[in-house]
Design a protein around this ligand. Structure first.
Ligand code: URA
Ligand code: SF4
Length: 218
């Protein structure tokens, strides 16, 4: 009986820690089934010398179409939050826990609806995230939302209990040891009730400031 294909990106990740070469290689990834329906892979973006790395969940509709992370509504909100927190975008590398858009198509011609990636896809895609972490070697790592947090901190990690805390990565195969902070995903600010938006946005800004403070402390 043929073995079930392993769900992992590992065999597609080259040895190099050049971000451009990693991004190129990611176009050929078949580590899970998400490459089948998505338009293209959406690798991280930003400076390789960034001192802060931000991790979201997965590309959305606009990211899928343009091939660039955080260019849609959540990305615009994140940009605004970074400005308010006094964090220069030039200093930041942004990426996602999962690199292909997962969606459902309710009816032909209708808008594609975001679907939260499952544990299988998150685990499958993690080798790309680890490679980016190894390439960028940020001082501070900000995990935005449960998917990003659980990818690197374990499936039992509860985000809300740890906002505003200085965390560490569990022992991983890499010799990078950034300070880690968690916050909500920017799209959760957009999805929440309109009357709560301002508060949720302020809390995101405050978490980003906290994360930036960790860097300043080093
Ligand atoms: N949400 C994410 O998590 N990542 C993106 O790139 C866009 C929206
Ligand atoms: Fe590969 Fe990640 Fe895309 Fe799955 S989601 S095919 S593991 S890049």
């Amino acid at each position: 009986m043929p073995a079930r294909p392993a769900h992992t990106a590992a065999e597609f990740v080259p040895e190099t820690r050049e971000l451009d070469a990693l991004a190129d290689a990611a176009h050929g990834c078949k580590g899970c089934d998400l490459y089948l329906d998505a338009t293209q892979v959406v690798f991280g973006g930003g400076s390789s010398s960034a001192d802060m790395m931000l991790v979201g969940e997965q590309p959305g509709d606009q990211e899928d179409k343009t091939g660039r992370p955080f260019v849609g509504p959540a990305g615009k909100l994140l940009d605004k939050a970074l400005v308010q927190a006094g964090i220069d975008r030039e200093r930041v590398y942004v990426t996602n826990a999962v690199k292909h858009f997962k969606f459902t198509l309710p009816e032909r011609g209708k808008r594609r609806i975001h679907k939260t990636p499952g544990r299988t896809e998150v685990v499958a895609c993690r080798p790309w995230l680890l490679a980016e972490l190894d390439a960028v070697r940020p001082e501070v790592l900000v995990l935005m939302g449960a998917t990003a947090a659980q990818s690197l901190l374990g499936s039992k990690f509860r985000l809300t209990a740890h906002r505003g805390e200085a965390l560490e990565l569990p022992a991983i195969e890499l010799d990078v040891a950034p300070d880690v902070a968690v916050t909500v995903h920017p799209s959760s600010v957009l999805r929440g009730p309109p009357e709560d938006r301002e508060k949720a946005f302020d809390a995101l800004v405050s978490d980003l400031r906290f994360a930036d403070g960790l860097r300043a402390r080093r």
